[in-house]
Ligand binder design. Structure first.
Ligand code: NAD
Ligand code: MG
Length: 386
């Protein structure tokens, strides 16, 4: 029998984390759960720990340490709390693959810690590469830590590249559903409220990425993610709107041939692929049926209406700390929008003003990325009262 792959899920209570546990449960002969972490949801973390019996759990919110500790007192599960514990636990020997499924900048430190310890990273947390992609990829190469994308577009590209060796990529084509407001104009978007923006047509995801999908910032972050994962120039990364989300992305090679990866939209597929790689393993996920009538459509994004995408392309081209600034301002803006503090179009306004304000650094150190992130957050927060 082959050895079990030992899995650590950072962000196990989120959309990706819970789906990862479903994949693992369906393949208990291949994977074991060693670490689970949650930010505030102690109830779900406890339930997951009782079911999957990991080596250890981390609850981010230190006030909830006692409740988790008591609930797991009759088990052998070790309990840790706090932000620093995440980093420490990420460096431990008890696991092989980290599923990096914390949302936002908050996932960066623990992912870096895992990379420094040579772990394989199944990467959902795209913000890690947006913020400090150069440093993350360099450390991964130095420590021989493989990074396998979980984001569906990047998993598609990764799958298209298997077997291609050193064959040159001409460009990658990221598909975007267009989100719930595809075809809408600013006079509509100005009145959009949180609950409407949280309805995504094709995917059920965490709140932050759902808003990012509605503003198209998600696709902008993914362009930057693609640059780092596949070592591309900004002009080699293209976006096309494909409302059905059946083609998950494509690679065009230097002979003009295009490879696409397709399937029904279900994040469990790229999660499972990342965990099982280089093998493919069976699944019961629903299959796409070509006999059912339906068209696959493609169109250009509306960069004038969805200006977040244009801002992200700007950050991608400028490089340095600009993507980090864009990301920080966006996290603050989305958080404020989710609390009904600002309008939908204010998100773009806040990101743009922050990008214009924070000093540009062409080749930041990790410390400078952290500083830029902090400065951008502080400045963006002052705009909330605008
Ligand atoms: P989510 O909000 O559903 O879950 C986030 C997880 O991170 C939770 O377990 C939460 O406890 C934890 N967390 C949140 N803030 C934290 C903090 N400050 N410190 C430590 N832990 C914290 O998010 P999600 O939709 O699962 O997305 C996770 C990541 O995966 C994001 O980066 C997102 O862009 C990416 N992603 C998600 C999907 C999807 O379908 N949900 C698809 C592609 C990529
Ligand atoms: Mg995606």
């Amino acid at each position: 029998m082959s050895q079990l792959k030992r899995i650590a899920i950072f962000g196990s209570t989120g959309s990706i984390g819970t789906q990862a546990l479903e994949v693992i449960e369906a393949h208990a002969d291949k994977f074991s759960v060693e670490i689970l972490t949650a930010h505030t949801n102690d109830t779900l973390l406890i339930a997951q720990a009782l079911k999957f019996n990991p080596n250890m759990v981390v609850i981010g919110d230190e006030k909830k340490y006692q409740s988790v500790k008591e609930a797991l007192s009759k088990t052998h599960v070790k309990v840790f709390a706090g932000e620093e514990a995440l980093e420490e636990v990420a460096s431990m020997d008890c696991y092989d693959i980290m599923i990096a499924a914390i949302v936002g900048f908050a996932g960066l430190k623990s992912t870096l810690s895992a990379i420094e310890n040579g772990k394989t990273i199944a990467l959902a947390n795209k913000e890690t590469l947006v913020v400090a992609g150069d440093i993350v990829m360099k450390k991964a190469a130095e420590n021989k830590a493989a990074i396998i994308p979980v984001d569906s577009e990047h998993s598609a590209i990764f799958q298209c590249l298997v077997g291609e060796g050193r064959n040159k990529i001409e460009k990658v084509i990221l598909t975007a559903s267009g989100g719930p407001f595809l075809g809408k104009k600013p006079n509509f978007l100005v009145n959009v409220k949180r609950d409407h923006a949280l309805q995504h047509p094709n995917w059920t995801m965490g709140a932050k990425i759902t808003i990012d999908s509605a503003t198209l910032m998600n696709k902008g972050l993914e362009m930057i993610e693609a640059k780092w994962l596949f070592n591309l120039q900004p002009e080699q990364v293209q976006v096309v709107i494909h409302p059905q989300s059946i083609i998950h992305s494509m690679v065009q090679f230097e002979d003009g041939s295009i490879k696409a990866q397709m399937g029904l939209p279900d994040m469990k597929l790229p999660i499972q692929y990342a965990l099982a790689y280089p093998q493919r393993i069976s699944s019961k996920f629903p299959r796409y049926d070509f006999k059912k009538p339906g068209t696959l459509g493609f169109e250009e994004p509306d960069y004038k209406t969805f200006r977040n995408l244009a801002l992200a392309i700007d950050a991608l081209q400028k490089g340095g700390n600009m993507p980090c600034i864009l990301n920080a301002a966006n996290e603050i803006a989305v958080f404020a929008f989710l609390r009904n503090r600002i309008g939908f179009l204010d998100i773009t306004e806040m990101v743009e003003r922050t990008m214009n304000k924070i000093p540009f650094i062409a080749k930041p150190t990790l410390e400078q990325y952290f500083e830029s992130d902090g400065e951008a957050r502080n400045f963006a927060a002052t705009l909330i009262q605008m």
